[in-house]
Design a protein around this ligand. Sequence first.
Ligand SMILES: *[C@@H]1O[C@H](CO)[C@@H](O)[C@H](O)[C@H]1NC(C)=O
Ligand SMILES: *[C@@H]1O[C@H](CO)[C@@H](O)[C@H](O)[C@H]1NC(C)=O
Ligand SMILES: *[C@@H]1O[C@H](CO)[C@@H](O)[C@H](O)[C@H]1NC(C)=O
Ligand SMILES: *[C@@H]1O[C@H](CO)[C@@H](O)[C@H](O)[C@H]1NC(C)=O
Ligand SMILES: *[C@@H]1O[C@H](CO)[C@@H](O)[C@H](O)[C@H]1NC(C)=O
Ligand SMILES: *[C@@H]1O[C@H](CO)[C@@H](O)[C@H](O)[C@H]1NC(C)=O
Length: 813
Amino acid sequence: MFLSVLLPFSNTMKSRQPFFISIVWFSLILHVFVPVSGQHLAVDCGSKGGEDEDGRNWEPDEKYLKKSDGSTQLQAGYQDPSLLSIIPYMNARIFTSPAKYEFPIKSKQRYLLRLHFYPSAYPNFNISNSYFSVTAGEVTLMKNFSAEITCKALTQAYLVREYSLAPSDSEFVSIAFTPSTNYTNSFAFVNGIELIAMPNLFGLASVVGYGSSDIDVSSENLQTMFRLNVGGQSIPPGKDSGGLLRSWYDDDPYILGAAIGMSTEANKDVRIDYKKLSHSSAPEEVYRTAREMGGDTLNTKFNLTWLFQVDANFSYIVRLHFCEFEFDRVNQRKFNIYINNQSAQTDPDPVDIIEWTGGKGVPTYKDYVIVVGDGPGDEKVRIEMSPSLEYKSWYADSQLNGVEIFKLNDENKNLAGKNPQLSSMLLKMGSEPDKSFVSRSNNTVVIAGAAGGSAAAFLVVALVVLAYRKRKRSGVDSHTSSWQPVHGNSHTTGESNSNHALALAQGLSRHFSISEIRQATKNFDDSNVIGVGGFGNVYKGVIDRGTKVAIKRSNPSSEQGINEFQTEVEMLSKLRHKHLVSLIGFCEDGGEMCLVYDYMALGTFREHLYNNNEAHLSWKQRLEICIGAARGLHYLHTGAKYTIIHRDVKTTNILLDEKWVAKVSDFGLSKTGPEMNQGHVSTVVKGSFGYLDPEYFRRQQLTEKSDVYSFGVVLFEALCARPALNPSLPKEQVSLADWARLCHKKGTLEDIIDPQLKGKINPECLQKFTDTAVKCLSDQGIERPNMGDVLWNLEFALQLQEKADTGKAVTVN
Ligand SMILES: *[C@@H]1O[C@H](CO)[C@@H](O)[C@H](O)[C@H]1NC(C)=O
Ligand SMILES: *[C@@H]1O[C@H](CO)[C@@H](O)[C@H](O)[C@H]1NC(C)=O
Ligand SMILES: *[C@@H]1O[C@H](CO)[C@@H](O)[C@H](O)[C@H]1NC(C)=O
Ligand SMILES: *[C@@H]1O[C@H](CO)[C@@H](O)[C@H](O)[C@H]1NC(C)=O
Ligand SMILES: *[C@@H]1O[C@H](CO)[C@@H](O)[C@H](O)[C@H]1NC(C)=O
Ligand SMILES: *[C@@H]1O[C@H](CO)[C@@H](O)[C@H](O)[C@H]1NC(C)=O
């Protein structure tokens, strides 16, 4: 079967030479003609056109429509809050019989084609009946396509499909839409079409698992599956290179297991020199950031792995972007690349980026072709990297700057895959009446429901999230992204009180209106910002004439944000405990999502340990804080209906109220234990490097003992007053967990204790404390104590200290 899939390429193998010439040639052209109109079309289907939120102009579609009996222009009846721009999404061209557009193109030119779909409620059309096919010239792009099902599976409201059409001899391309005849009342629709001339960035690619054979893909049609700025942030279309307006997403959701490595960024003085490479290959920002393993010996024990869900029975081009910006000589970083468990290198030597590019700051990319079959579990692309062992390089490390995955058309010029299968969970949610929002406006039934990205709540598995997820990192200015959400628009008919998680919570926590929130935060004044998280900004505020609160405001453009919002509301509203940060209420109003918490006057545990130099916490205070946090975690693990694994235990998630009472915060990343969603817990491991349970590396499974491990790191942080990871220290000291264990073994723990505590800790107490902390850091989860035992031991350590302070002996019971 594999061979028959490969066959179409075998007669097109060519030598390397023409490829390089064509790249140089096309990139020269590109710089000349990009801004010229006609090569850069944006068409707003079914409308008069206009500017989108980025200020880009979209044309009306009428003049390109060639065959259009049975076509209608309609406005969507509902504007999903996650829609980032009215244009092109709020209007659609609807086809009840075959129809086509014709666009002028240049012959021998490769084109990017983007199709935008918003499967919403259109008056008199039931979107569930919409199944259709789309072709571009001879190429089948979609067959029996249901935008509704696809969006549901992705838990997003709208969808962008991107294709790269091979150069042809024709002076025009026709994009044809054909409603399926197999469904009654079926129709086709489209909201926007973009057609952008691009250099032919495709040439020879080496076929993984077939020795060193190269195939020429320069005249193949492709569908973009993924495009990621590895180790960096998402890059909006406006910041793409070559005027191609591509979106680059961050790679976090695709990392498998806990071995997430480290994100790195080139120093400002490193200049990115494209040399022969086309600037259109990727923007500088992709090459200036990377994910690496961290140069630790631990690296040799695991692979840095990304996993992607793809369609069965196709071949894919996996394009890996590299740019070495730390080292400038060969043999400093050498690694192996595997794709679907097979070595991707054509020669036995490991990869050395400097050897490929000739220098620091010079980017390159490599294309690999991987054949994906149709056996059970086959529809995945798995990219793995591991430091090379045989070839003694200076650092045990690997690095990746960017990934793109393209589907290759098959021998029938087909790119269409099947509609995704909705998981039973998504199906169930879609059919429950309280999950979909139904209201009446202009006598039209409006159905939003699952399409809004809201239905899947925290049950979404990263594996299913094929693409197009925007997520803000801490410290990122929320205004850098393009297409900020549109609020208060007249098309909005929903009060979005649709949500199951929210409805659940309603009985338990207070519902704030957006005006109350605005009043509390002085209209989200910047001076009120007390923190920035993955979810958005955190503001301090005052409600009820004097109660201080912390308000997390979500960034509605982030899918991740929505899910985490719901996770938090759902979990926190059911969890009440002295050592957990209490949720007072929430607000989902006017397109805003906010969570209102108790205000923690004294901030994070971390900032009192080593971020400020003034007041130092006494040993007893530190012990009490650790005990409080342990109680909170113990409650999460055992006190609620399900085991709740925090997944991101660290000193910045332990907050202190005005009386120094420790409270565990940030459940946005929490997952319920194995009984709740089997097999899913392991796939979206999150957390912070330096605190991560090494057992993930081996088993990629999440248990409450993973929290115990992280808590062990917290205990040493409290004792040593240093961060969990400090890359500026000598290699063996970088990781606090490793260093503390080593010192414990050598009996030199005394040496790494915070100098401020020297001589102030009772030796027996110290012994008890460090024994407990070291046990938490055991390699095997089953060797670690549970949180209850940790708690007991810490309390005992506190007693030992108190008795020593008051001069009495302690009796061990
Ligand atoms: C739309 O069609 C689906 C499936 O055919 C059906 O279940 C649903 O009730 C229809 N919705 C409306 C509003 O007619
Ligand atoms: C309709 O179904 C038949 C068989 O079930 C299939 O051969 C045909 O391709 C389908 N047509 C469309 C337009 O999907
Ligand atoms: C690759 O190996 C992993 C882990 O052993 C396994 O789960 C996966 O199914 C393998 N993939 C393929 C394509 O063989
Ligand atoms: C890394 O991946 C390759 C290919 O799947 C596998 O052979 C190798 O054992 C893995 N290495 C580790 C340390 O897991
Ligand atoms: C894959 O292709 C083979 C041969 O063309 C076909 O028999 C099989 O049904 C296809 N599988 C899927 C999942 O489409
Ligand atoms: C069309 O898609 C639907 C939904 O995925 C599927 O149930 C049906 O079998 C498909 N029909 C054909 C002809 O492929």
